[in-house]
Design a protein around this ligand. Structure first.
Ligand code: DX5
Ligand code: ZN
Length: 219
């Protein structure tokens, strides 16, 4: 298994002290900061915009992995790139021209990912895998933290792992939703290398303890 990464989702952080929370998970061994953007249009929830991204940017040197659950995508993607995002993932269903949106994000100097909902087919990867840096497999329906892992995601993860390995492309395989210490090993066995966890990390009293437990489960 090549590099693996733990990506705490700040959706489950204490928003009254977000900068401190980002510093804490950074110090606790996180590898990426996962930043869930929801617009109450593409998903039935509303979170935060580019201004919050720029306010947490000085608090960590870790990559900020922006997950856009928004429609349309292009204007907000540009704003998040300016706000300091390192990676920007979007849902292909939310863009009317996926190839153009991929190019737009890359033109801002950001790495780009495609996010697939539990029922979304993977065939769009036939024409995009060689252009992207990350495939994000949703193991819950997007919109909320604290949901249960959807078991059929394991088959989808294995399928994407085969596609990436066959392509020879350097693409992260990120899984997002319902990841806990108890199930992360099976998700890694299926082929994931990047693990988003919100409630499992920010719901714990000791961030370092839970992150190191997750890391030992996937090593
Ligand atoms: C859901 C988000 C996930 C979520 C993960 O739409 O994309 O990143 O915050 O939270 P947990 O780990 O609690 O399922
Ligand atoms: Zn997410």
């Amino acid at each position: 298994m090549n590099d693996t990464r733990i990506a705490p989702s700040i959706l489950s952080a204490d928003f009254s002290k977000l900068g401190e929370e980002v510093r804490s998970v950074d110090a606790a061994g996180a590898d990426v900061i996962h930043f869930d953007v929801m617009d109450n249009h593409y998903v039935p929830n509303l979170t935060f915009g580019p201004i919050v991204c720029s306010s947490i940017r000085p608090h960590t040197k870790l990559p900020i992995d922006v997950h856009l659950m928004v429609e349309p995508v292009d204007a907000l993607a540009t704003e998040f790139a300016k706000a300091g995002a390192d990676l920007i993932s979007f849902h292909p269903e939310a863009s009317s021209h996926v190839d153009r949106t991929i190019n737009l994000i890359k033109a801002q100097g950001c790495r780009v990912g495609l996010a697939f909902n539990p029922a979304s087919p993977l065939h769009i990867l036939d024409w995009t895998l060689d252009k992207i840096d990350l495939v994000l497999i949703m193991s819950v329906n997007p919109g909320f933290g604290g949901q249960s892992f959807i078991e059929h995601s394991l088959d989808k993860i294995a399928e994407v792992r085969d596609l990436i390995d066959l392509s020879g492309c350097d693409v992260w395989l990120e899984v997002d939703g319902g990841i806990k210490v108890e199930n992360i090993a099976s998700i890694a066995d299926a082929g994931a290398d990047t693990f988003v966890a919100g409630s499992a990390i920010f719901g714990a009293t000791d961030y370092q303890d839970v992150i190191s437990q997750m890391k030992s489960e996937i090593e």
